[in-house]
Design a protein around this ligand. Structure first.
Ligand SMILES: Nc1ncnc2c1ncn2[C@@H]1O[C@H](COP(=O)(O)OP(=O)(O)O)[C@@H](O)[C@H]1O
Ligand SMILES: [Mg+2]
Length: 256
């Protein structure tokens, strides 16, 4: 582990040739990025409502460093974080950095189709600078920071270290004019969202219609700082019956 502030100074890094990465290199952007493919669909309209809520939150300053979390896997965190990031980037003159903080089951690479790219893990280990890891996307003003080029063997240790919080703070300071949208793992599976929550200004909590049990919902919500919760998103209200819905057959829980 290194002092994360050093990660910003290139002279402290072992210099390797770093090729800039772009989204869309390994295929077109995923169909679930509704804000990109179908900006006038019903779902995009709902995403824009979340954006409006962020831009015009009642009272106080606009919150800029925002995490998206939920109680369980597969409630739609990554989907909402990604579409929201696109919506903000397409909105006013706002730059957005979308950060993949789920090291165990990263989803952004599949949604935005970029090759395996160094990110949080390598920055925390002092192998890369943030600037080296930024991924360009076809959406003007939207940049992505990946979780890792290769899944780290010890994600908990890496994230539980003070360095994750410090890294978020540094990103916030380094890009003072940007929105930072952080996609996280579920609260019930790991301690990561609680660590991240201490370093963000706002939290968007996702819950999935007819999927999340009230007890899970409440338990997760109670572990987060209430004053930071900006809103609760009820996801997938109008989806098809569960058996028709396209769940992928992975066993997500076992990774946690
Ligand atoms: N509103 C939605 N409409 C269609 N598919 C959805 C919706 N929300 C989630 N999904 C699908 O459900 C799966 C889990 O979503 P994801 O965003 O990866 O969840 P999480 O990040 O909470 O684990 C993905 O295959 C995603 O495409
Ligand atoms: Mg996810």
């Amino acid at each position: 582990m290194v002092d994360i502030s050093k990660a910003f100074e290139k002279e402290h890094l072992e210099k390797e040739n770093v090729e800039p990465t772009e989204a869309g290199l390994t295929g077109g952007l995923d169909d679930h990025l509704y804000m990109y493919h179908m900006p006038y669909s019903y779902t995009s309209e709902q995403i824009r409502k979340i954006r409006t809520h962020i831009f015009h939150a009642p009272g106080g300053e606009r919150k800029r460093i925002i995490m998206v979390t939920s109680s369980l896997p597969s409630e739609g965190k990554s989907l909402i974080a990604s579409n929201l990031a696109i919506a903000i980037a397409k909105g006013e003159d706002q730059h957005v950095l979308l950060v993949e903080c789920d090291l165990r089951r990263p989803a952004l690479q599949e949604l935005f189709h970029y090759p395996p790219t160094a990110g949080l893990s390598e920055i925390i280990q002092g192998k890369r600078s943030i600037a080296d890891c930024l991924i360009k996307t076809p959406i003007d003003k939207l940049t992505i920071l990946s979780s890792a080029k290769e899944a780290p063997a010890n994600p908990s240790e890496l994230l539980e270290s003070k360095n994750l919080g410090t890294l978020i703070d540094e990103v916030a300071q380094r890009y003072p004019d940007r929105f930072v949208i952080i996609d996280t793992p579920p609260v019930q599976a790991t301690v990561d969202p609680k660590i991240i929550a201490d370093h963000v200004e706002g939290i968007i909590f996702v819950t999935r219609y007819r999927y999340t049990r009230t007890t899970d919902f409440k338990m997760a919500l109670n572990t987060l700082p209430r004053e930071k919760i900006m809103g609760i998103v009820l996801n997938a209200v109008d989806v098809m019956p569960a058996q028709k819905f396209k769940y992928r057959k992975y066993s997500y829980h076992k990774y946690y």
